[in-house]
Design a protein around this ligand. Structure first.
Ligand SMILES: Cc1cc2nc3c(=O)[nH]c(=O)nc-3n(C[C@H](O)[C@H](O)[C@H](O)COP(=O)(O)OP(=O)(O)OC[C@H]3O[C@@H](n4cnc5c(N)ncnc54)[C@H](O)[C@@H]3O)c2cc1C
Length: 594
């Protein structure tokens, strides 16, 4: 086996272990790749249970009052610090332990309710929302999900109130996008009482202000010369913990403390192993599922701020004797921000509900949410920036800060390119395996059982390609959109099948093709979420005798634009300049003939 094959083999093994352990029900995103509309994952549109709504309303009111009075996002950015009084206040209003169980000092909120809280913070200040995410969405998440009762009892009460802060430390110099390549070592002591940790972590939010850090390190696999990753609870008072850079100066989200630290022969008691030994990568990726949902909520909040700012300016600023809102090229931008903000909220709510319902495998949906909302927010900010013209460029407006702050979203918690490729490859795995089965069996036609299996798989594949899935909307006004969506899912499935048959294994490296497939899948999920939300709102309006609202128009627009994009992505699978793009890049990079 050459080096490249060995690396590919290792990657496949890791992905198998992480993603496909055990039998799994077909989720919505995976269903799309097979031509199915797994309706009960997205419909009916999830609502906060009536019994929990007053508690959420109360928490939101308290939070808004606190933020109105005490949070000054411009000052946080200018001073590159979130004042301790603000952190303490967030702790007092419950934000730092929203989803922790009540028995450990938290509020026991669902992920959906928590997303409403993060949306509110994301509307105002990205530094603060990233700080809360680093502490609550990922910093203490491994403890909440995988901690033993003793660990939770010991650590959570102070972390839930903000008396202590948490951080999540995965990234290292050699382990950025390649998260599995963690180099920090954790060697078990001879008496088995503790582990000795050595290595460095970088770009860690809250590192310098955290009292407890979830740290990923490499541990030996007993009985072999291999290693795997394990999660540990580390505290900065442990001898050998060295803060190398407490606040790395940076472009945006300046209020957050992003740090670099080293562990030098740090003795971590065995009681601090978090989750199953050797399964740290799975722990980390499960934690990031939660982080990506609240990421979506923060982006939704920021997109709503973009919309508010755009409306304010378009209705007041006059040029050529007209307010800007009279120009179609300004209207186009405002309509698109409204449409995208509507979709981002719908997608966040539905993805959070998958977690709350305890469904099994929503890794594709959270990855899609992260990529989709961060890319849309970037567009929203760019559009509102343009509407404000020169005035956007000056620091007395929030827009230059919002733009600096938003840029990290496409990089952090999984760079969007990495997630895009992941979405396409994991999505295509289902149909790909079936094709492989058919192909392998056709190569060995004498094996009767194999042939029967291939026949079944073939029929299933064919069945999916001839049926347009039904989208069960209740509102007659949405029937046309539902039919269009069904047809697009069918076309998507045909396109995926065709790509798999045409390119076979080399498709694993064809990222330009993967991007189009992933983009189409993301728009299909976003459209399904929008349709679900719109259906719910129309039904509610009909029951209460209300007429159509601006939201309904924004939802209609989103669906039209999303459907158009999907058609373009699918058309690009066969009509593109990929060869020329790659030839140019390879030649510039000094890799001719690749
Ligand atoms: C402000 C900030 C806060 C952070 N907070 C935390 C934290 O709290 N905890 C933590 O563990 N980490 C944190 N990170 C780290 C963050 O998750 C990483 O920066 C991110 O995963 C990308 O890793 P990298 O920076 O090493 O980029 P690299 O891995 O070097 O990637 C650089 C670029 O290369 C491209 N690329 C990489 N791989 C591929 C591929 N397979 N296909 C196509 N393109 C590819 C992408 O465009 C990517 O953006 C933070 C980072 C920042 C900047």
């Amino acid at each position: 086996m050459n080096k490249l094959d060995a690396q590919r083999q290792k990657e496949i093994q890791q992905a198998e272990e992480l993603l496909f352990a055990g039998p799994q029900a077909l989720g919505f995103a995976k269903g799309l790749f097979q031509g199915h509309f797994v309706a009960d994952w997205v419909m009916p549109y999830p609502r906060i249970p009536a019994a929990q709504q007053p508690e959420l309303d109360g928490a939101l009111t308290k939070l808004r009052e606190f933020l109105d009075e005490h949070l000054d996002p411009a000052e946080v950015d200018r001073k590159a610090d979130i004042p301790r009084s603000v952190i303490d206040g967030l702790g007092r209003v419950g934000v730092l332990g929203m989803t922790a169980p009540k028995e450990y000092g938290g509020h026991g909120f669902s992920q959906m309710a928590n997303c409403k809280i993060l949306e509110e913070i994301g509307r105002r200040c990205a530094s603060t929302s990233v700080f809360v995410n680093a502490h609550h969405s990922i910093g203490i998440r491994a403890l909440l999900l995988f901690g033993t009762h003793e660990q939770k009892q010991r650590w959570l009460p102070k972390l839930s109130t903000g008396e202590q802060l948490g951080a999540f430390a995965l990234t290292e110099k050699e382990a950025g996008s390649d998260a599995a390549n963690v180099q920090m070592q954790a060697r078990p002591s001879e008496d088995g009482s503790h582990f000795v940790l050595n290595g460095e972590k970088r770009y860690i939010t809250n590192a310098a202000i955290a009292d407890v850090l979830t740290v990923m390190a490499r541990t030996p696999v007993p009985g072999s010369d291999k290693t795997s990753i394990t999660a540990f609870l580390v505290t900065p008072d442990m001898p050998g913990f060295e803060m190398l850079d407490a606040r790395m100066p940076k472009m945006g989200i300046r209020g957050t403390a992003t740090g670099r630290f080293a562990l030098r022969d740090v003795k971590v008691p065995k009681e601090n192993v978090l989750g199953p030994y050797g399964k740290g990568l799975k722990v980390a990726l499960t934690v990031l599922d939660f982080g990506r949902t609240t990421f979506g909520a923060c982006c939704t909040g920021a997109a709503k701020t973009c919309l508010r700012l755009a409306i304010e300016h378009a209705n007041t600023r006059k040029q050529f004797n007209k307010t800007l809102g009279n120009f179609h090229l300004v209207q186009k931008k405002i309509a698109r921000i409204a449409a995208d903000a509507y979709a981002m909220e719908a997608m966040t709510t539905i993805t959070a509900s998958l977690i709350d319902r305890g469904l099994e495998d929503y890794m594709l949906e959270t990855a899609m949410l992260k990529v989709f909302t961060t890319e849309r927010l970037w567009e929203c900010i760019n559009d509102v920036f343009q509407i404000y013209g020169g005035s956007a460029y000056f620091v007395d407006r929030p827009l230059e800060r919002m733009m600096r702050d938003a840029r990290i979203n496409q990089i952090g918690e999984g760079a969007n390119e990495v997630l895009t490729s992941f979405i396409a490859l994991v999505g295509m795995r289902g149909p790909g395996m079936e094709f492989k089965e058919i192909y392998d069996t056709m190569m060995k036609p004498t094996r009767e059982r194999g042939f029967a299996k291939a026949w079944t798989a073939g029929k299933r594949r064919l069945g999916a390609t001839v049926r347009v899935p039904e989208i069960p909307v209740r509102s007659a006004e949405l029937r046309w959109f539902a039919n269009q969506l069904g047809r697009l899912i069918w076309r998507f499935n045909v396109a995926v099948n065709r790509a798999l048959i045409t390119y076979r294994e080399p498709i694993l490296d064809m990222q330009l093709l993967q991007e189009r497939i992933a983009n189409a899948a993301m728009d299909l999920l976003a459209s399904a979420c929008v349709l679900s939300r719109q259906d719910d709102e129309l039904q509610f309006a009909q029951r209460n005798g209300n007429s159509s609202s601006p939201d309904q128009l924004a939802a209609d627009l989103f669906l039209r634009q999303s459907f158009r994009r999907i058609r373009q992505f699918l058309a690009g699978l066969t009509n593109n300049d990929d060869k020329s793009v790659l030839a140019t890049a390879n030649s510039i990079l000094g890799k001719p003939g690749k």
